[in-house]
Structures are given as structure tokens and as C-alpha cells.
Design a protein around this ligand. Structure first.
Ligand SMILES: [Zn+2]
Length: 291
């Protein structure tokens, strides 16, 4: 019960108007912290890794830890591969046991994006109950190996979104709507709520059910986060804030305890800080008590 794909926990979120928190981790301490926070909040959870940490830690190691944590947890948990641009690597992660795969061909032209996304979707669906996320338009900023300048960032268009989803076979869909990866350069990011709402309505009617994902959660003002959930964001990606939490907590701990050589205490500090951040996000997304 606890091992799930992303689509099955996003459909109730999309119907009931909350969002499943999707938290990027780069190590096992963070993975444990994210799970503990979601268990405390009784919330469904998506754990994400981008490609680099999955290569560094090893996808089999990550999947083994994920399965161990998820099988012991009383909540549904998905393990998602974020922004993979390499078709073969995406398939390898599906083989290893990731339960949601994002193939990011959004920098390709429309036809090539569909072709690559379709290839990964067909593969994942053929080997098991693995859902696939595709992206249309481009989210600006840097996420792992994917770098997009603000000029290059193009919004998703609702008519193309329908065509993309139908032809690519994706289960969940990430439209570019003006959110950014990394830290926002402005206090008032220009987010296109109307476009998000139009896309969500087109993709989540009687016949079609393709829940919508928001990328670039870090730094969006809270009222805008609530509004994005209201207009259909059923998965909310938070990456940069957890990286900052890891690095700042480690730095502060070492600065304040320079004479101490006890790495376990750094781990505890990082775990506590990460759990607090994730708990805050779960409350904000309305997902507490939904598992
Ligand atoms: Zn992203």
C-alpha cells in the first residue's frame, strides 16, 4: 500500500483541492526526514531525486532505502526521478524501482518532445505501474543539469497541452506557467494562474485525468502557493529550499561547534531542520491528514 506511483496520489489531491508535496533530496538523511515529516502530518508524499544524486548515491541504493522506508510507513509514498533528459537513464531508473519518471524533453521542439516522452511513457507502462511526467514550455532557472534562462522560458499553451498529453501518453503534466527553479529574483514572480487553471480544467474533466504539477516551489509567496493549489496544482515541487536547509544547517552547526567532531550531531540538526521545512510545506499545501 505504501509504495505508490505519483498519479494515484495526485488524483484525489486534484479532486479535493490539495497538493502532494514533492521534495527533492540529495542524501539519505534528508530522505528519512521527509518521510518522518509526512508520517507526522499523515500526508501522502513524493520523494524526488534529480539525475546527479541518483547517479552519485546509486539508483539501486536509493530505491532500496525508499522501499524500506515506504513499506514501514503508514502513508503512500512515491519515488520520482526529476527532470531526466536522457531516455536510457530514465528507463534504467524505472527498471530500478522508481515509481514516477519525469522525462524532460521540454527543450526539444514540440514533435520531438512528444516522441521522447511517448517512448519513456510506453516503456514505463509496459514494465509496471509506473507513472510518467512530461513538461511543456520551459521553467526558467537551473535544476540539476537543466539550465534555462528567463528569455528562453516559454509558457505552455492550453491547446498544445491537450495535444501533448494525448499524443505522449503521460500520466501527469508539468506546464510552464511562469514559476522558476532556484531562488526567485523578484518578490512578486509573474505566475500565470489563469493559464494554469485553463490547462487543469482541460486535462481533468470527466474523461481525461491528467493531474498537473507545479515546478519551482521555493520562494513563491504563500498566498500564491495557495492560489496555485486552488487552480489545480496537485503536485508541488520543492527543491532549492531543502538544499539551502541542508547547507545552512550544516554550516551553522559547524560554525557554532568548531571543536566538536561528532558527525551524528550534524545529521540530527539537518534532519530536524528538514523535517520542519517539509512539515510547513505539507500544511501550506493542504495535504495534512489526507493519507
Ligand atoms: Zn522542476
Amino acid at each position: 500500500m505504501s509504495i505508490v506511483n505519483a498519479k494515484e496520489i495526485m488524483i484525489p489531491a486534484s479532486e479535493q483541492g490539495y497538493s502532494v508535496g514533492a521534495f527533492n533530496i540529495t542524501n539519505i538523511i534528508q530522505m528519512g526526514a521527509v518521510v518522518e515529516a509526512a508520517v507526522e502530518k499523515k500526508a501522502p508524499l513524493i520523494i524526488q531525486t534529480s539525475v546527479t544524486p541518483s547517479q552519485f548515491l546509486g539508483r539501486d541504493v536509493l530505491v532500496a532505502v525508499y522501499r524500506t522506508l515506504a513499506e514501514a510507513a503508514p502513508i503512500p509514498i512515491c519515488l520520482h526521478l526529476d527532470h531526466c533528459t536522457d531516455l536510457d537513464y530514465a528507463k534504467k531508473c524505472a527498471d530500478a524501482g522508481y515509481t514516477n519518471i519525469m522525462i524532460d524533453a521540454s527543450k526539444q521542439d514540440f514533435e520531438e518532445n512528444i516522441r521522447q516522452t511517448r517512448e519513456v511513457a510506453d516503456y514505463c507502462h509496459s514494465i509496471g505501474d509506473i507513472s510518467v511526467e512530461g513538461e511543456l514550455g520551459t521553467v526558467s532557472g537551473v535544476e540539476d543539469q537543466v539550465k534555462v534562462t528567463e528569455d528562453e522560458a516559454a509558457l505552455a499553451n492550453p491547446e498544445q497541452a491537450i495535444e501533448f498529453v494525448e499524443r505522449s501518453g503521460v500520466d501527469i503534466f508539468a506546464p510552464a506557467i511562469g514559476t522558476a527553479h532556484g531562488v526567485y529574483k523578484t518578490a512578486n514572480p509573474k505566475i500565470h494562474f489563469d493559464r494554469m487553471e485553463a490547462i487543469n480544467q482541460l486535462l481533468n474533466g470527466e474523461k481525461v485525468r491528467v493531474p498537473v504539477v507545479v515546478h519551482g516551489g521555493t520562494g513563491i509567496p504563500e498566498d500564491m502557493v495557495r492560489k496555485l493549489v486552488k487552480v489545480g496544482g496537485a503536485k508541488f515541487n520543492v527543491s532549492t529550499e531543502l538544499k539551502y536547509t541542508l547547507i545552512d544547517t550544516t554550516y551553522n552547526y559547524i560554525s557554532g561547534n568548531r571543536e566538536q567532531y561528532n558527525p551524528g550531531k550534524i545529521d540530527v540538526a539537518v534532519k530536524d531542520a528538514t523535517r520542519a521545512v517539509v512539515g510547513k510545506w505539507i500544511d501550506l499545501l493542504g495535504a495534512a491528514g489526507k493519507a
